[in-house]
Design a protein around this ligand. Structure first.
Ligand SMILES: CCCCCCCCCC/C=C\CC(=O)SCCNC(=O)CCNC(=O)[C@H](O)C(C)(C)COP(=O)(O)OP(=O)(O)OC[C@H]1O[C@@H](n2cnc3c(N)ncnc32)[C@H](O)[C@@H]1OP(=O)(O)O
Length: 358
C-alpha cells in the first residue's frame, strides 16, 4: 500500500528536523517529489538562464514527468526515511535544518553573457553572512559549476563587499554550544571546500570593504578585482578567533609570512592598493569607473572557450588541492574549539554591545 497523507506530512516534518544538511542533490530531489506529490507534473514555465537556482529546481521537478501524485508521495516518504534513519538523532534546530532550497533574497544569482554572478545582497547589514546565506552560496556554487556559464563572479550590493560572518549567527541556534560549534565547523568546512573544488574561473568583484571570511576565501579565487574604496580586514584575534578559508596557508604564500601575520594575527586592515602590491588583489580600479571597467573586461574574458579555461585552472590549482583540503580541515577543527572559548564569547559580546567596534 502507498504512503498515506499522514505519512507524507510526517515525512515533511522529519525533513525540518534533519540534523545534518542532506546536500543540494537531496534537497532538489525533495523539492521535486514534494511538488509532484502536491501539484502533479511540472506545470510552470521553464525559468530563464538568468536564475540558475530556479532553473535547477524546475529541471528536477520536470524530470519526474508524469509520475502519479501517489507514487511521488510514496517516493518522498521513502527518501526522507533514508535520510533520517533514527528520529532520535534529530535536533530541533541546527545548520541545514528547516532548509529546503534558497528562498531568501540575501543571495542573488544571475547569469548573463556567460557569467554567473553570485551577489551578497544584505546591504543594510553590510552583507554579513547569515547561516542561510552559507547554505545558499553552496547551492548557488554547485549550480554555477554545472550551468552554461564560463566564469563565476562574487560581488556585493551596496557599499560593502561583505563584513564576513554574521556575528549573531550563534545566538540564533539553540542547543548545546559544543554541538552547535561542531555543526558549524562541518558547515564551514563544506563551505570552504566549495571554493577549493570550484571547477571554473572564480572572480571576485570587490566593490567595497571585505572582512573576515569574505576576505580570507579570496586567496582561493582566480582573480580579484577591487575598487579603490575596498579594504581587506580580518579582525580574528580581537574576536578570539583564528584564520579560516585556508588563509593560514594562502595568505603567507601570496604575501609572505610577515604581511600575512600582520593581517591575520594582528588584525591590520589594508587598502586595495596595498592588497594589490601584496598579490591578494589582481588589479585596483577607481571607484567611479570600477563597475564599467571590470564588467567590460569580464565579458570579454567570458567569451573564451570554456574547456580551455577550466582545464587551465585545473593545471594551475591541482597540485595545491590536497594541501588546501588538509588546511581547511585543520582550521575548522581549531575554530570549533575557539567558538566555545571565553575569548570568543567576549569578542562577540563586545560587538553586540557595541563597546568595541572593530
Ligand atoms: C552556525 C552556522 C554555520 C555557520 C558556519 C560558520 C561560519 C563561520 C565563519 C568563520 C567565523 C568568523 C569569520 C569572520 O568573518 S570574523 C569577521 C566578522 N566581521 C566583523 O567582525 C565585522 C563586524 N562589524 C563591524 O565591525 C561594523 O559593523 C562594520 C562592518 C565595520 C561597519 O560599521 P559601520 O559603523 O559603518 O556600520 P554598522 O552600524 O556597524 O553596521 C550596519 C549594520 O550592519 C550590522 N553588521 C555589520 N557587520 C555585521 C556582522 N559581521 N555581523 C552582524 N551584523 C553586522 C550592524 O550590526 C548594523 O546593524 P544594525 O543597524 O545595528 O541593526
Amino acid at each position: 500500500m502507498g504512503a498515506s497523507q499522514k505519512d507524507f506530512e510526517n515525512a515533511m516534518n522529519q525533513v525540518k528536523l534533519l540534523k545534518e544538511d542532506p546536500g543540494n542533490d537531496a534537497k532538489l530531489k525533495l523539492y521535486a517529489l514534494y511538488k509532484q506529490a502536491t501539484e502533479g507534473p511540472c506545470n510552470v514555465p521553464e525559468p530563464g538562464v538568468l536564475n540558475s537556482i530556479s532553473k535547477a529546481k524546475w529541471d528536477a521537478w520536470n524530470a519526474l514527468g508524469s509520475l502519479p501524485k501517489e507514487a511521488a508521495r510514496q517516493d518522498y516518504v521513502e527518501f526522507v526515511s533514508s535520510l533520517s534513519p533514527s528520529p532520535k538523532s534529530c535536533s530541533l534546530e541546527g545548520p541545514g535544518a528547516n532548509r529546503s532550497l534558497p528562498e531568501s533574497e540575501d543571495i542573488v544569482v544571475t547569469t548573463e553573457e556567460n557569467i554567473t554572478t553570485i551577489m551578497f545582497n544584505r546591504p543594510t547589514k553590510k552583507n554579513a553572512l547569515t547561516n542561510e546565506m552559507y547554505q545558499d552560496i553552496m547551492l548557488a556554487m554547485k549550480a554555477a559549476s554545472k550551468d552554461n556559464s564560463t566564469i563565476t563572479v562574487f560581488t556585493g550590493s551596496g557599499d560593502y563587499y561583505s563584513s564576513g560572518n554574521d556575528l549573531t549567527n550563534f545566538m540564533k541556534i539553540s542547543g548545546d554550544l559544543k554541538q552547535v560549534a561542531k555543526e558549524s565547523s562541518i558547515t564551514l568546512r563544506k563551505f570552504v571546500d566549495s571554493f577549493i573544488d570550484f571547477p571554473k574561473p572564480l572572480v571576485a568583484v570587490v566593490n567595497g570593504p571585505a572582512m573576515g571570511i569574505a576576505a580570507t576565501v579570496l586567496g582561493l579565487f582566480d582573480a580579484v578585482y577591487a575598487s579603490n574604496r575596498a579594504t581587506f580586514h580580518t579582525p580574528f584575534s580581537g574576536l578570539g578567533l583564528t584564520p579560516e578559508g585556508c588563509s593560514s596557508y594562502t595568505f603567507p604564500k601570496i604575501m609572505g609570512r610577515a604581511k600575512a601575520t600582520e593581517m591575520l594575527i594582528f588584525g591590520k586592515k589594508i587598502t586595495a592598493t596595498e592588497a594589490c602590491a601584496q598579490g591578494l588583489v589582481t588589479e585596483v580600479f577607481p571607484d567611479d569607473s570600477f563597475q564599467k571597467e571590470v564588467w567590460a573586461r569580464l565579458k570579454a574574458y567570458a567569451k573564451n572557450p570554456p574547456n580551455a579555461m577550466r582545464i587551465g585552472k585545473q593545471l594551475i590549482r591541482s597540485t595545491e588541492k590536497e594541501n588546501l583540503h588538509a588546511v581547511n580541515a585543520e582550521e575548522c577543527r581549531v575554530l570549533q574549539e575557539r567558538w566555545v572559548s571565553e575569548e570568543c564569547m567576549n569578542g562577540i559580546q563586545n560587538f553586540l554591545s557595541r563597546k568595541a567596534k572593530l
